[in-house]
Design a protein around this ligand. Structure first.
Ligand code: HEM
Ligand code: HEM
Length: 176
């Protein structure tokens, strides 16, 4: 059977939708953590449900990824770059799960309600524990900055494939 040349339409739709959501989450997160002003409440009220939506979509995306064929990387791509591509994609998936789970867990451990919208809060994921809250709060920051770095590297790699190598990797995630 011939290799597929593109990700499925659903995979591409989820990729771009979630790329936008993750970008917003990273910037809202940093803005929120550095704001003590009146905008804080609104930023947190957006950050919590949008982050949980990333988790829900990541579950669907992973199932779709495992159930459908994906385009292979170019045959002439050096083995070390193939390894870097696969490793970074696994890490991006892991972060799309870890960030929301750590966010949910840290608010639970801190004894804060995990409010999605007025009148609806998620149940606590973890028991109340101040030391655990401190650890998870720090973990959320460290993973968040790792996520930033990985997204930038991913963007740079996508542009190298699209503009310099022109090897079809960029088009595999595109619409034309
Ligand atoms: C894709 C998912 C997520 C991403 C990319 C993300 C990203 C971030 C980033 C970059 C920060 C700033 C960290 C710092 O400067 O210390 C942050 C802070 C925070 N995040 Fe998230 N987050 C995600 C999901 C969640 C979820 C689901 C929740 C809660 C349900 C949550 C709750 C928080 C809280 C409470 C803060 C700290 C705000 C403060 O300092 O007052 N996050 N997040
Ligand atoms: C927050 C942002 C992003 C996240 C979390 C993300 C995540 C991912 C993941 C997990 C994959 C692997 C797909 C799979 O195997 O299921 C992937 C592939 C890809 N991404 Fe992104 N992405 C982001 C932003 C971008 C941006 C801005 C671009 C382009 C400028 C881009 C271009 C691509 C391309 C071309 C592929 C296909 C690589 C291949 O053929 O193996 N991504 N992305």
């Amino acid at each position: 059977m011939a290799d597929v040349t593109r990700f499925t339409a659903l995979a591409r739709l989820l990729h771009w939708l979630m790329a936008a959501m993750v970008f917003v989450m990273l910037f809202v997160g940093v803005l929120m953590a550095s704001t003590a002003g009146p905008g804080y409440a609104g930023l947190v009220a957006l950050h919590r449900p949008l982050g949980m939506a990333v988790l829900v979509l990541a579950i669907g995306r992973l199932i779709n990824r495992l159930a459908t064929p994906t385009p292979p990387l170019p045959r002439d791509l050096p083995a070390v770059q193939k390894l870097a591509a696969h490793g970074s994609h696994v890490a991006l998936y892991a972060l799309m799960f870890a960030m929301p789970l750590v966010g949910w867990g840290m608010l639970s451990a801190g004894g804060y309600p995990v409010i999605m919208w007025p009148g609806f809060a998620l149940p606590a994921l973890l028991p109340r524990d101040v030391a655990l809250f401190a650890l998870l709060r720090q973990t959320h920051t460290v993973l968040g900055f790792g996520f930033f770095a990985l997204v930038l590297a991913h963007l740079a790699a996508a542009l190298v494939h699209g503009l310099i190598r022109r090897d079809g990797v960029f088009q595999a995630m595109g619409w034309r």
